[in-house]
Design a protein around this ligand. Sequence first.
Ligand SMILES: [Fe+2]
Ligand SMILES: [Fe+2]
Length: 134
Amino acid sequence: MTRSPRLIHLSHEHASALKLALAVRALTPDDPASLPAVAQRIRDTFERELVGHFEEEEKHVLPRLEAAGRADLAERTRRDHDRLRELAAALANPSVDAVRAFAAALTAHVAFEENIVWEALEPGAGMSFDPEAI
Ligand SMILES: [Fe+2]
Ligand SMILES: [Fe+2]
């Protein structure tokens, strides 16, 4: 099946989100001096890339899921987005735990979309990966 340009575009943004999550997960707790800069980088990237990405999915992908009878997947996507917005806002007070919670939630969310949501919409479209292996 041909992949829709929108899903391809969103997948490219997923790859860059995963890069951010990977960089964040490399942070070591014994380097507290780097925390404010890491938290700021996440918040900047969130504003610049993820806010619009989530809005695009909510506007264009979720209605497709609902039309396909997968309101359950649309609901989980909305919940994940709200949780990630909360976790990003919490980084105004940076801590290692907050940074790691954001990175873990972002990785799990991208895996959910690529492995389950994209597959529900267009079989074969997802990049199919194990978030534990990242
Ligand atoms: Fe999403
Ligand atoms: Fe996404």
